[in-house]
Design a protein around this ligand. Structure first.
Ligand code: BGC
Length: 654
């Protein structure tokens, strides 16, 4: 080819002048033609690539039934389904991480069903304003597609709208579990929903209904408790608070997600399928009877409360993945429980540990009952492959229709087709005074008084000299834990608007006590002993399998802090900031008072409220506090592994 064109050029070089001029003009015309043709071909190819439905279909009329808010949902749904091509249906099943979007216009080109901000998938301007702008731009793309189907925008808001700096960070779920109070949980969920909605987001990946039996697992704190009845009542309250503006009304807020279906929390140590983890993403040993009696009831409660979606976990049940198990996902959840929402996979959950091609994994999981795929990366391949699978008869059109109807039903029900801009709460809601007050109350109501010798607590506001120390005393990052701005959280004081525990104590104790703070408790030992020493100690933030820990306990620095405080104060209070009970029997035995404050979030003053008696201690342990490794894991009935008494039983709280 190259050789030939060289030869042609060489021949022309010797033509007479006139002919040369003519041929020059012809040559430029030819070039023009060639460029135009190439341009047209490239344009057409691009169009074909980006418009899977050719020739382009016309947009439905402006008064199409599905666009009319005055029509019943079922009629709107039927109408919309009639307009949709197979590709458009499959695309509604695709959920893509914001950072995996090749072009923002792909949302309308491919008619994508949902976008999510996986942890840390944030706007460049990481402020509430920046979030609103980013999400609005993305949602606008969906509105400009042929059918104008609104987009779901999902986020992990498991303890407030924690991804967004400036939001109210509420206690993680384990603390809410300790409060045991459905009304409080409903209010926290509703306030969170309002903050989420203010930034344009309409879907929350909470609540978690996992029931952790092993405190070595890195996700214990995301669950309310290991008690199915408590998980059911708080889970339902969380769903209602998230989804309904007012209790008992159909006025909808945003979509909630009950997760991680099914049996999550019962996994066995050392059996993770993920090489980097130990127990997270592992194997569920429970038999079917146990799944039914222990793990299913909270999902039934969430489903009855109207949960819009259920997320399937990444675990294995025996040899097979939960996500490919039709008996669990379709028969139990959809048929037996009568779940009317849609089933979404976890992050990359369709493919993770599948051992088969993505093409086959799509077939397996969609047939098992997954309606929406948190891909979260390659949406083009997903649409192409699922279409091929349908055309080849490996997935029925009826299954696709069912999945899409479930997704669209929730979009209609939540009013996404009809929302006006004025329906969005203002950004003042993010981290509002009212929400922070609620957060402060939630902290007080979730702190468990484990031990209180000689009624040391509450401290008097005239307690004299109080020494405060410990890694978590003045560390907002630690008290918020993970899923705060970053997936793994950020250690240290960096979150604007938040109050550290030390600040809270200073504020609540007022001027009448003499508060001194030294992180490492390097207080002057030559001075007379202080009246009280408060050690605020605990864990660094962690999320998911990265928090799997063979021996959850205090680190050496915190242990030394407690020891030093003992030498310089008459009495010692230990406040534990952790995502799970820690193995620290010796420290607890030697302390005068111990408080489990879990991961309280941004409102540290709530802890000071209970320490100084502004609020009473009311919370109870939502799961047993083991004395040692020999007692782990707990059995679903609450017994320890070696049948000995735990240090504190579930329900303990002074
Ligand atoms: C977690 C889910 C979470 C999802 C989206 C996954 O890694 O297991 O709980 O909702 O990511 O961020």
């Amino acid at each position: 080819m190259v050789k030939n064109s060289r030869k042609k050029g060489a021949l022309k070089k010797y033509a007479p002048t006139k002919t040369r001029a003519l041929s020059k003009r012809r040559k430029s015309v030819n070039w023009l033609l060639l460029i135009t043709t190439l341009g047209l071909v490239a344009g057409a190819l691009h169009y074909l690539r980006t418009h899977p439905n050719t020739p382009p279909l016309p947009a439905p009329p402006a008064d199409a039934v599905y666009k009319r808010a005055d029509q019943p949902i079922e009629a709107r749904l039927d109408d919309l389904m009639r307009y949709m091509t197979l590709e458009e249906k499959i695309s509604q099943m695709a959920l893509v991480d914001k950072n995996s979007l090749k072009r923002i216009t792909d949302i309308s080109t491919y008619n994508l069903g949902g976008i999510l901000s996986g942890a840390g998938s944030k706007p460049r301007d990481n402020t509430p304003e920046g979030w609103l702008e980013m999400v609005s731009n993305i949602k606008y793309q969906a509105a400009s597609s042929r059918l104008g189907i609104p987009l779901l925008y999902g986020i992990d808001a498991n303890h407030g709208h924690g991804n967004v700096p400036g939001s109210t960070v509420f206690p993680h779920a384990i603390g809410l579990g300790a409060s045991g109070d459905p009304e409080l949980v409903r209010s926290v969920a509703a306030a969170t929903a309002k903050e989420i909605k203010a930034t344009g987001i309409n879907w929350s990946y909470s609540p978690s209904l996992d029931a952790p039996l092993d405190i070595r697992w890195g996700r214990v704190y995301e669950a309310f408790s290991d008690n199915p009845a408590l998980n059911a009542s708080l889970g339902a309250a969380f769903v209602e608070g998230t989804q309904y503006n007012e209790k008992d009304t159909e006025e909808l807020n945003i979509l909630a997600t009950a997760k991680h279906f099914l049996g999550t929390g019962s996994m066995e140590w050392g059996k993770s399928r993920n090489k980097r983890f130990k127990i997270d993403q592992g194997v569920i040993p429970a038999d079917e009877a146990l799944l039914d009696s222990h793990y299913l009831p909270p999902f039934k409660a969430a489903s009855d409360a109207g949960a819009a979606s259920v997320m399937v976990g990444l675990n294995f049940w025996g040899e097979g993945r939960v996500i490919s198990n039709r008996q669990l996902v379709t028969e139990k959840l959809k048929y037996e429980l009568g779940f009317k929402g849609f089933v979404v996979s976890d992050w990359y959950g369709m493919y993770e540990f599948s051992g088969i091609s993505k093409y086959q994994a799509n077939i397996e999981t969609i047939n098992a009952g997954v309606d929406m795929a948190m891909l979260p990366f390659d949406y083009k391949a997903f649409i192409k492959d699922v279409k091929m699978a349908v055309n080849q008869g490996s997935i029925s059109e009826a299954r696709i229709d069912d999945a899409v109807r479930r997704i669209l039903y929730q979009k209609f029900k939540t009013g996404l087709f009809d929302l006006e801009e004025s329906d969005t709460p203002t950004l003042d809601n993010v981290g509002s005074k009212e929400h922070r007050q609620l957060g402060r109350r939630a902290v007080a109501e979730s702190s468990v008084l484990l031990k209180n010798q000689d009624m040391l607590l509450p401290l008097s506001k005239q307690s004299g000299r109080i020494l405060i120390a410990g890694s978590a005393a003045d560390n907002i990052g630690r008290q918020c834990g993970a899923w705060t701005v970053e997936w793994q959280g950020i250690d240290g004081n960096w979150l604007k608007g938040a109050t550290s525990i030390l600040q809270g104590i200073r504020e609540v104790a007022g001027q009448s006590s003499d508060i001194e703070y030294e992180k490492d408790a390097d207080f002057d030992a030559r001075r007379p002993k202080a009246d009280v020493g408060v050690a605020v100690v605990g864990e660094k933030p962690y999320a998911e399998g990265w928090g799997d820990n063979p021996n959850p306990t205090l680190d050496e620095a915190d242990r030394q802090v407690i020891e030093r405080l003992r030498t310089v104060s008459k009495k010692v209070v230990i406040v534990v900031i952790s995502g799970r009970p820690l193995l620290m029997s010796e420290q607890i035995r030697r302390a005068d008072a111990v408080v489990a404050a879990w991961l309280p979030g941004s409102e540290g003053a709530g802890l000071a409220d209970v320490l100084f008696g502004n609020q009473p201690f009311k919370a109870k342990l939502p799961l047993a506090w083991p004395a040692g490794l020999n007692q782990i894991p707990l059995s679903p009935g609450g017994l320890t592994a070696d049948k000995s008494q735990p240090l504190f039983a579930r329900g303990h709280g002074l």
